[in-house]
Design a protein around this ligand. Structure first.
Ligand code: NAD
Length: 300
């Protein structure tokens, strides 16, 4: 299929690369020229602007940072809506249901279909094609995309209503963030009490506290102090804040989510919005005066 791809960042680049490698004709654009050049070297075509992509292909995928950027690229001045070929707009970003519905309505006036398709599984999942892909929109249009989206991961049809895929993604990410924030408090408490964090993780992973932070983030990225998950504090603050607004708009109590928003916001303020999301543990470590790292060999 002829595909446009806009947003060749940490997630977009490996997803676009997989589409090229699967034999699709992919036309790419990003404000960073080096990202475009990297994809062209692998066999993609370069477009000169957002609008140029929509002038060339019927199906455009985007993987962009924030709802504002997605909205501007889709329906803003010089955006995809001004192109004369695009018929399908597929949003792989985490945008939230409110902006997704707004884009759906605006594009519908031009007979362009908006499809939600946010993803979960991180950079490793994008590279291996093992993402969870949460698709919503008109069923026939959504199902027609299955062969393309299966190249980047496992295709889940979430529902026909616009925004459903986005709500699904936020429900997933709030759980990921809760696990990270709560595990940080538990691990710093155990370490300050003198327990080896590797022993703690072995026990928790054999017990009922097991979660994505204990199975992967703590053993692979935090105990070794590499903090290189590849997902920033700023992006997680966006996701958990979007979840909180959607829960509030639906009248669902969300006190745990509020606490997690506070915890991620504190990490953004103290460590930085561009720092890795795994640094959420650091403000807790600073206040406790204890770090989650393996004890030095020979230490008591
Ligand atoms: P990123 O910042 O690495 O990539 C965003 C890309 O968009 C960059 O290459 C940037 O140059 C480009 N861009 C920004 N504005 C643009 C514009 N106006 N026109 C064209 N290109 C533009 O972000 P990422 O980590 O790849 O995340 C992308 C999306 O995927 C986000 O919505 C994020 O929440 C979501 N997501 C990220 C991860 C992850 O682990 N990083 C996992 C799942 C979902």
């Amino acid at each position: 299929m002829d595909i446009g791809f806009i947003g060749l960042g940490k997630m977009g680049f490996p997803m676009a690369r997989r589409l090229v490698e699967a034999g699709h004709a992919v036309t790419v654009y990003d404000t960073r020229k080096e990202a475009v050049d990297g994809l062209v070297a692998l066999g993609a075509q370069a477009a000169g602007s957002v609008r140029d992509v929509a002038d060339r292909v019927e199906t455009v995928l985007v993987s962009l940072p924030t709802p504002d950027v997605v909205h501007a690229v889709a329906v803003g001045k010089g955006g995809l809506i001004e192109g004369n070929r695009m018929r399908r707009f597929v949003d792989l970003s985490t945008t939230g249901a409110v902006v997704a519905k707004r884009i759906f309505d605006t594009l519908k006036e031009r007979e362009i279909t908006q499809i939600d398709s946010p993803v979960s599984g991180g950079i490793a999942g994008a590279e291996k094609g093992t993402l969870a892909v949460m698709v919503s929109g008109p069923r026939d249009e959504a199902m027609a995309l299955e062969p393309v989206l299966s190249v980047i991961g496992k295709f889940f049809f979430v529902g026909e209503q616009p925004g459903a895929g986005q709500t699904m993604k936020l429900c997933n990410n709030i759980l990921s963030a809760v696990a990270m924030a709560a595990t940080s408090e538990a691990m710093v408490t155990g370490v300050k009490a003198g327990i080896d964090p590797r022993v703690m993780l072995d026990v928790i992973n054999a017990g009922s506290g097991r979660n994505t932070a204990t199975e992967f983030k703590f053993p692979k990225l935090i105990v070794p102090r590499t903090f290189d998950l590849g997902f920033t504090n700023g992006l997680m603050l966006k996701d958990v804040s979007l979840f909180l607004s959607e829960a509030e708009a639906l009248g669902v109590p969300a006190q745990v989510a509020q606490a997690v928003v506070n915890s991620v916001r504190r990490s953004c303020e103290e460590i930085g919005p561009d720092a890795d999301f795994t640094t959420v543990v650091q403000p807790i470590e600073r206040r406790a005066g204890a770090e989650v790292r393996a004890p030095k060999e020979g230490a008591a």
